[in-house]
Design a protein around this ligand. Structure first.
Ligand code: COI
Length: 364
């Protein structure tokens, strides 16, 4: 399908059994991450004739035949974005069109149909607007929106599915890491890689996350919260964490992030930080950074802070980098540049700072 695919029309069926207001208030008081969901969801179906049956409906389990293709071959992509409540009660999504465009790239790589970016944004708008009472206020809470698309054809042959489902669900969210903004320790994976040239590293596909889990398990066994992957060819260049991009703050005031090589996810938060840091006068370099530069830079003091970023975890300071046989540490407290960038991004998202780049999209 091409970019000329007509936009979808969404029907609406409201839930007759929404979560009672008192229970919702309890959930919103301490939402955690990713375990409770709002009253509605969006679904749409694609078959070779095009997209159809798009609509908002009550949140409910999906019923899948055991032979549904996604369960066997993981033809599936997803997105993550957040909606924020501002002090005046209005609700805003952050750069939803950027997620819509990225989903188009992911679906192209995974031989899934194109969903027009405008329909992606409309689906997000409709769900967030309908379930606006689920957008928490205060602190750093938000509504995490999870659009995804998967092969729903009941068929065990290995080929692109001829029946595909697009779905959007939403989940009230507090901090991704229960420890808050304390530095997270990182395990350097030497046995496993995340993505190879020509592979799916730049796509936000389910399989990339599945492939990271054994290394993530190794990280936990070594007392670390996250795993870092190196490139698959030389085992030398820093790529990304299991689900977040990386930034290095140097003593000369510059900031470095691994360049996009086709094996790294094009993070919307990563991109926003390049712009925000530039606005604040930092020199931002997108280039390859080797694991030796990371290790030696921390030891020599040339690298003063390391942080990770993503929609779910915003900007998260990193502490120790641990590998088989050693470790270096940038400290137990978030560094000043990490905190400044984190605050600058949150201030735009929560409407406390001017939205100089037109990133905020009003929903309610
Ligand atoms: C996000 O930050 O939205 C992610 O994709 C990370 C994760 C929760 C999968």
């Amino acid at each position: 399908m091409t970019a000329t695919t007509p936009a979808l029309e969404f029907s609406t069926t409201y839930s007759s059994t929404p979560v009672p207001a008192q229970r919702r208030a309890q959930i919103l008081a301490d939402p955690g991450f990713g375990s409770t969901f709002t009253d509605h969801m969006i679904t749409a179906t694609w078959t070779p004739e095009g997209w159809h049956d798009a609509g908002l409906r009550p949140y409910a389990p999906l019923s899948l035949d055991p032979a549904t293709a996604v369960l066997h071959y993981a033809q599936s992509v997803f997105e993550g974005l957040k909606a924020y409540r501002h002090d005046d009660g209005s609700v805003w999504a952050f750069r939803p069109e950027a997620n819509g465009s990225r989903m188009l790239k992911s679906t192209a790589r995974m031989a899934l149909p194109s969903l027009p970016a405008e329909s992606f944004v409309e689906a997000v708008d409709l769900l967030v607007r309908t379930d606006a009472e689920w957008v928490p206020s205060g602190g750093e809470a938000s509504l995490y929106v999870r659009p995804f698309m998967f092969a729903s054809e009941v068929f065990l042959g290995v080929r692109p599915a001829q029946h595909v489902t697009f779905c959007v669900v939403a989940s009230p969210a507090g901090p991704y890491f229960s420890s808050g903004v304390k530095p997270v320790d990182i395990w350097l994976s030497s046995e496993y890689t995340r993505a190879a040239p020509g592979g799916t590293g730049a796509a936000k596909c389910a399989g990339n996350y599945a492939a990271s889990l054994v290394a993530q398990q190794e990280a936990i066994e070594h007392g670390c919260g996250q795993v870092c992957f190196l490139d698959a060819v030389e085992g030398r260049w820093v790529e990304e964490l299991g689900g977040m991009n990386l930034y290095f703050v140097r003593a000369d005031g510059s900031i470095v992030t691994p360049e996009l090589t086709g094996t790294i996810l094009e993070g919307v938060t990563r991109d926003s930080i390049i712009t925000l840091a530039g606005d604040r006068g930092y020199k931002v370099e997108e280039r390859r950074i080797s694991i030796d530069e990371w290790r030696d830079g921390v030891e020599s003091g040339d690298i003063t802070e390391v942080f990770a970023c993503g929609t779910a975890a915003v900007v998260t300071p990193l502490g120790r980098l641990v590998w088989d046989g050693g470790e270096v540490s940038t400290g137990d407290e978030p560094g000043p540049v990490t905190q400044e960038i984190r605050q600058a991004l949150l201030d735009v998202q929560y409407g406390r700072a001017a939205d100089a780049h037109g990133w905020m999209h009003r929903v309610v």
